[in-house]
Design a protein around this ligand. Structure first.
Ligand code: A3P
Length: 322
């Protein structure tokens, strides 16, 4: 599942050899590139998409911090933006019923530019093209910054993000290696040494950008989406220039999308119970509990306080709260 360092391109290996490295949570090493931590395998996709991805003005890019509900928002965005094609006449054949959301909305650096250094995205994806990435703002391909494409940014309370990440990385560990020591993982997360970490810098980059360019960056938290899904789905539709028509409202299209994309529906589909991504992760690993506030079942009061303290310090003065 993970490319060995010897399987990486020479260019990636040369670049990696110049970067600070730390022992990772699952993969052998994490490398610090442009201020954020990446696995070796990821680095190959990051460099390729930075070099080759050409954003179109009509593109929609979903950017998320890992474990913030990416799978959910991929499903929502796909069913929202492509609803003309797929809702009528036969919802029984909606692509989400037979394909995992990560297949329908691929990651730039983890799928498209990892599988092929220069994938053909012009003929395979009809506009508006929907892609996703975990890249921090500073590392986005230049063409994204230069185009008018829209960015939807999703993040999640750091305590739940950490807990979800911890569970996820346990699933990725080779059999027999047991779970990741929790204290050690927390210590790394707090120092920013986690996939696409530091978490707080990632969030702040997009938060500030969403304040500067609200017409380009839509910022949303998992908890907000959980609490008022219909409200935020309508806001998202407005932001993306595809608001719901009164006839659609009357037909209950908003609720249909939310039902189709719910944890309940998606996690019980055959494709998501049994399938695997081409990168090796089982689809079911992306559906665990799907609740806000789940950290209470794992973190001690001291651990929660530690995360709260860092969050307060890092976000001070930004106007952003979790
Ligand atoms: P938990 O581990 O807390 O359950 P990502 O998609 O970014 O990898 O995030 C995974 C998290 O989103 C997991 O959180 C997962 O259960 C949750 N999730 C997946 N699908 C969801 C859905 N349809 N609605 C709400 N949460 C969902």
């Amino acid at each position: 599942q993970y490319l060995q360092e010897s399987e990486l391109s020479q260019e990636t290996r040369d670049m990696i050899s110049t970067l600070p490295r730390e022992k990772g949570w699952v993969a052998n090493h994490l490398h610090q590139y442009q201020g954020f931590w990446h696995s070796s395998r990821q680095m190959q996709g990051v460099l390729a998409c930075q070099k080759h991805f050409q954003a179109q003005d009509s593109d929609i890019l979903l950017v998320t911090t890992p474990k913030s509900g990416t799978t959910w928002l991929k499903a929502i965005l796909f069913s929202l933006v492509k609803r003309g094609e797929h809702y009528h006449p036969d919802p029984q054949h909606h692509p989400l019923l037979t394909k995992n959301p990560h297949v329908l909305v691929p990651f730039l650096e983890l799928n498209l530019y990892l599988e092929k250094p220069v994938p053909d995205l012009m003929t395979s994806y009809a506009p508006p093209r929907l892609f996703s990435t975990h890249l921090p703002l500073v590392s986005l391909p230049e063409s994204v910054k230069d185009s008018a494409c829209k960015v939807v940014y999703l993040c999640r309370n750091p305590k739940d993000t950490f807990v979800s990440l911890w569970h996820f990385t346990n699933r990725l560990r080779p059999e027999g290696r047991g779970t990741n020591p929790l204290e050690e993982a927390l210590e790394k997360f707090c120092r920013g040494v986690s996939l696409y970490g530091p978490f707080w810098d990632h969030v702040l980059g997009y938060w500030n950008e969403s304040l500067k360019r609200p017409e380009r960056v839509f910022f949303i938290k998992y908890e907000e989406m959980k609490e008022r899904p219909g409200f935020h789905l309508r806001r998202l539709a407005e932001f993306l220039g595809c608001p719901f028509f009164p006839e659609e409202e009357a037909q209950g299209v908003v609720d249909n999308i939310l039902r189709l994309c719910s944890f309940e529906t998606l996690s019980n589909l055959d494709v998501n119970k049994n399938g695997k991504l081409s990168s090796g992760e089982e689809h079911s690993a992306f559906f665990r509990r799907g609740e806000a506030g789940e950290w209470r079942n794992l973190l001690t009061a001291k651990m929660a306080e530690q995360l709260d303290r860092i969050t307060e310090e890092k976000l001070q003065g930004s106007g952003l709260k979790f």
